[in-house]
Design a binder for this molecule. Structure first.
Ligand SMILES: [Fe+2]
Ligand SMILES: [Fe+2]
Length: 285
């Protein structure tokens, strides 16, 4: 491992260990990891952190869950979202909160993108039935978590490398910081003891074929190609997408591994875009 890489790894571990990840997050993780925990225990932890509480209640009210009545308490929200989703929201809120006020457009667009990919992953999970909605939501929401982490560590220097072309972004990140955002994010997720399929979905969200060919025994997790496809269809139409196409030999293997076809992807993209319009405002705080 090169020095730059080692240094980045230890700085990411440091983030988890000390101040930046608030102690409330540790408590949420303890409660959600303990299968004997009740909704009221998690509620007690969340009510102490306003920004996590607001996000959990706000998201549970999103049109996606289509509840006829408004959710206005943390306990109702936990019941609607489930422990895994609450955990994902708490982790991402804690990490995204490091963006300073001045950089609000970055956090708002990254939040929106992450949430859209989470919704896209859930829709794919529902259509294929090969992973749970909870796992799909968590992995989709956290797939780009390496970006705010690198920003937290490198500040302005990280903003300077954020370009449009994702392929050169990955090599520039690796050269400059010691690892690209998917790997940095996967180190973080692994250290936070998130499930292995979630860690792999973060790590390989720009190149699931590497993951698929690395699995020698057993069946590869369909979550990895699924999060990749959700990210791909949702990013398309944004300014950097010109060069992507899902109609290629490379993508037919990925589509097969995720158990989806083009029609499903088109459908997911349209549905997420419609939902996203109605979620306007949830990402600003
Ligand atoms: Fe990414
Ligand atoms: Fe992404």
């Amino acid at each position: 491992m090169s020095t730059k890489r080692e240094e980045l790894l230890s700085r990411i571990y440091e983030i988890i260990k000390i101040s930046t990840i608030p102690s409330i997050l540790k408590k949420i993780m303890e409660v959600t990891e303990d299968s004997n925990s009740s909704v009221s225990e998690l509620e007690r932890v969340i009510e102490h952190d306003q920004s996590i509480a607001a996000r959990v209640v706000g998201i549970s009210n999103s049109v996606y869950y289509g509840f006829p009545r408004k959710i206005n308490s943390i306990s109702q929200a936990i019941l609607v979202l489930g422990f895994e989703m609450v955990k994902g929201l708490a982790i991402s809120t804690a990490v995204f909160d490091v963006f300073d006020r001045e950089k609000r457009p970055h956090i708002v667009s990254l939040w929106r993108h992450s949430f859209e990919v989470a919704m896209g992953s859930v829709l794919l999970a529902e259509k294929t039935g090969c992973v749970s909605r909870d796992s799909a939501f968590l992995a989709g929401l956290l797939h780009d978590i390496g970006r705010p982490i690198l920003y937290q560590i490198f500040g302005r220097q990280y903003l300077e490398v954020i370009g449009c072309d994702v392929h050169s972004l990955l090599s520039v990140e690796e050269e400059t910081f010691g690892a690209a955002h998917p790997e940095a994010g996967s180190w973080f997720a692994d250290r936070c003891k998130l499930p292995e399929s979630c860690v792999n979905s973060i790590r390989f969200h720009h190149n699931p074929e590497i993951y698929l060919s690395s699995v020698k025994t057993g069946k590869p997790s369909c979550l990895v190609p699924m999060v990749y496809l959700a990210d791909l269809v949702i990013s398309e139409g944004n300014d950097c997408s010109g060069q992507f196409t899902i109609i290629s030999p490379r993508h037919s293997d990925i589509l097969r591994a995720a158990n989806v076809d083009h029609a499903v992807l088109d459908d997911v993209k349209d549905t997420v875009k419609k939902m996203s319009v109605q979620l306007e405002g949830y990402f600003e705080y």
